[in-house]
Design a protein around this ligand. Structure first.
Ligand SMILES: Nc1ncnc2c1ncn2[C@@H]1O[C@H](COP(=O)(O)OP(=O)(O)O)[C@@H](O)[C@H]1O
Ligand SMILES: [Mg+2]
Ligand SMILES: [Zn+2]
Length: 262
């Protein structure tokens, strides 16, 4: 948020948003100014405020993700490194996203939020966070005649934000409508070269009955896969759209329930 001190009494720019810079030697002594950091910071803070990050993930930062604990799976350090590089090397012209896969509590959402916080605060990139269930619920809700918002009111920011986090892909019971909606969102963003960061608890395995997968009959005895939940076509599309990060190990919260990590 804009604090009064930042905007009104910034000592560098006296609140104008423009601060004087010294003329180089040999130049005319005319007044030269540049955009003051206080305005940039205020803009980035407002990006953060509009990003829809749930309160329980507000603390998540790339710098606070630790892999320095006994029994930390090596995949976590690799995931952390990949996430940090992704934020550092973010190029708005490249729509390649991330698909972060792992069991609950491995820190997928933490890294996804850490990336977008870095992009907003340090690079001024617009980002939006949506839980998959919440997004589908919001779209469905917009069909309700008593609600003022239209489907496009919900979807426009989802289509237009530079970087979208879609958290817990596949967490809604799949239906034809769910598949159509999700592929509309992901394909639209990808065609517009916009980056999407996806997390999922489901294993990146084919749908039952798909080529090379178990039969539908045998599938009943195995854990559901990402293919089962989002459809085989969308799953293979994600492989084109995203770099894949796999996170293994136990639930961080179980491990450090009473410890100092929070
Ligand atoms: N390696 C880690 N270092 C610091 N905090 C972690 C780590 N892994 C998980 N956490 C914390 O544990 C909680 C659960 O992590 P979360 O990212 O929600 O897991 P997931 O999305 O994989 O289910 C969060 O509060 C998160 O900040
Ligand atoms: Mg999560
Ligand atoms: Zn200033």
């Amino acid at each position: 948020m804009l604090s009064k001190t930042q905007v009104e009494v910034c000592r560098l720019c006296a609140g104008t948003g423009w601060r004087p810079i010294a003329a180089r030697s040999g130049e005319h002594q005319e007044r030269r100014v540049t955009r003051c950091d206080c305005r940039l910071q205020a803009r980035n803070q407002s990006l953060l405020a509009a990003a829809n990050i749930p309160r329980r993930y507000e603390h998540c930062e790339l710098a606070s993700y630790t892999t320095d604990f006994p029994g930390a799976h090596p995949s976590l350090a690799f995931a952390h490194l990949t996430a940090s590089k992704f934020a550092q090397e973010y190029d708005p012209r490249d729509g390649t996203g991330l698909l972060i896969i792992g069991k609950i509590g491995t820190g997928k959402t933490h890294l996804a939020v850490g990336i977008i916080k870095d992009l907003m605060l340090n690079q001024g990139i617009s980002c939006l966070f949506y839980d998959y269930r919440e997004l589908l619920k919001a779209i469905q809700n917009s069909y309700n005649a008593t609600v003022q918002t239209t489907e496009l009111d919900v979807l426009r920011p989802v289509f237009e934000t530079d970087v979208l986090v879609l958290d817990e892909l596949g967490a809604v019971k799949p239906t034809e409508w769910v598949w159509d909606t999700v592929s509309l969102i992901l394909n639209t963003r990808y065609n517009d070269n916009r980056t999407t960061i996806i997390t999922t608890n489901f294993e990146d395995q084919p749908a039952a009955g798909a080529n090379g997968a178990v039969s539908i009959a045998r599938a009943a005895t195995r854990a559901e896969t990402l293919g089962d939940r989002i459809g085989e076509r969308m799953r293979s599309r994600l492989h084109e759209m995203c770099r894949i990060i796999k996170m293994e190990g136990e639930d961080f919260r179980q491990k450090f329930r009473s410890a100092s990590f929070r």
